[in-house]
Design a protein around this ligand. Sequence first.
Ligand code: ADP
Ligand code: MG
Length: 296
Amino acid sequence: ATPTAVMVGTGVGASQGVLIKGGQALEFAHKASCIVFDKTGTLTVGKPVVVNVKLMDTIVLEELLELTAATEVNSEHPIAKAIVEYAKQFKEDNPIWPEAQEFISIPGHGVEAIVRNKKVVVGNKSLMMNNGIEILGETESFLVDAEGMAKTAVLVAVDRTVSGVIVVSDPLKPGAKEVISILKSMEVKSIMVTGDNWGTANSIAKEVGIETVIAEAKPQQKAEEVKNLQTAGHTVAMVGDGINDSPALVAADVGMAIGAGTDIAIEAADIVLMKNDLQDVITAIHLSRRTFARIR
Ligand code: ADP
Ligand code: MG
């Protein structure tokens, strides 16, 4: 393609809310033989809501939610925001949470703090296991059920006992399923990579029509997966929105960031989807094809 054609291509992209940072991104987009999608905030809306709370111990609901919210209010994670929002309903009169001491956030796992002299641990199963907190059979089967319904179950341990499970739901973005099916018809393979657990990841993948899933992936593992696909001969596009996606966005031949995503992801990407519409993954491929494949 001529420099003029590339300028026209990027100009048309910009007018449609697809920001292409340079000729190489425009060139590679239509060569992608596989696209790696992040789950949370990319395939899903990214605004989880609490749909269910199960008490596993003698603790009362108000106390469980108060201890959990006091801990999560220090976290930026979408799950944390959902939990704090939910807990507020039970605390109309006094919207101030007790102080959390020694707060720590373990990316990809959850949060911990001391609230009212109680050790509060909020997060996934591996966080509990790393803390040596026992998960009973009853809790385990509750988790499996929630995950089978594409929900994420967040465990809350108070003083080393799992006292409750907070179930959050983050639905698929409208149109996500259609985009995956169009890509399939274009012979582009879709893969999902997520930090979320295998059960939830597999359920969401099934809903959206993706066959290949990598779950419980740390940010570096997401990038490794991109590199493995490249080694196997694929030209790889990656679509993501989070800080945890930025190494993979950089590693990919074409990194695409959701416009509503974090600044770090937007910076790491070659293409920014300003309308937050997954359909624009296909817009970018079409633009690339028109610019580079027609003119020979
Ligand atoms: P994703 O790749 O889906 O955006 P993350 O890597 O951010 O997920 O987190 C993976 C998992 O760790 C979450 O699904 C959740 O179970 C747990 N987790 C992470 N942060 C928190 C938090 N602040 N509160 C509760 N659970 C958390
Ligand atoms: Mg995400």
